[in-house]
Design a protein around this ligand. Structure first.
Ligand code: FES
Ligand code: FES
Length: 190
């Protein structure tokens, strides 16, 4: 008889610097496991890889946690939006989202911030086309995306200025000549 893997597995989830030893059925997704642990900043939008609301960083790569089984993340380093920063001590990307007006209802924001983090870690000075590619798996019903793109550019520019590496590849370069980096990985565990 087919069906879901209900056998329990004991795994270790390392989330935002904390270690959780948990026992879960094999079919439990990382999204479900994280929310069960109280990480409700990981949003449940579609549970089928379409919306990006459930994005987390898994060993530094942006993944849709609804497409990853929890046991596949055993021992991996997981970062959620609240692991980057908090309202009292926000991460510069979170600050840039607020400053650029990229947060309306906010449901998409945790996932978008993490997709932006993965992009900027791989490519500190992305073009607009590269930003749009990196956030292409994150749906937003409210903003129309231009403020989100602006927020990612703002975070990049501020970071480059802060590190003394300011350069200007152009905010609206769209020639596609740079290979996208920091792209979304869906359901893939490395
Ligand atoms: S909940 Fe929509 S992609 Fe995971
Ligand atoms: S701000 Fe509402 S879905 Fe993006």
């Amino acid at each position: 008889m087919g069906g879901a893997d209900v056998s329990e597995r004991k795994i270790t989830l390392r989330v935002n610097g904390r270690t959780h030893e948990v026992s879960l059925p094999g079919h439990r997704t990382l999204l479900e496991a994280l929310r069960d642990l109280g990480h409700t900043d990981v949003k449940n939008g579609c549970e089928k890889g379409d919306c990006g609301a459930c994005t987390v960083l898994l060993n530094g790569r942006a993944v849709n946690s609804c497409l990853v089984l929890a046991w596949q993340a055993d021992g991996a380093t997981i970062v959620t939006n609240s692991g980057l920063g908090t309202a009292d001590d926000p991460h510069p990307i979170q600050t840039a989202f607020a400053d650029a007006g990229a947060v309306q209802c906010g449901f998409c924001t945790p996932g978008l911030v993490l997709s932006a983090k993965a992009l900027l870690d791989a490519n500190p000075n992305p073009t607009e086309a590269e930003i749009r590619e990196a956030i292409s798996g994150n749906l937003c019903r409210c903003t129309g995306y231009s403020q989100i793109v602006e927020a990612v550019r703002l975070a990049a520019v501020r970071s480059l200025k802060g590190s003394g590496e300011a350069s200007h590849r152009g905010q609206s370069a769209t020639d596609g000549s740079h290979s996208p980096s920091g792209s979304r990985v869906t359901g893939e565990v490395q």
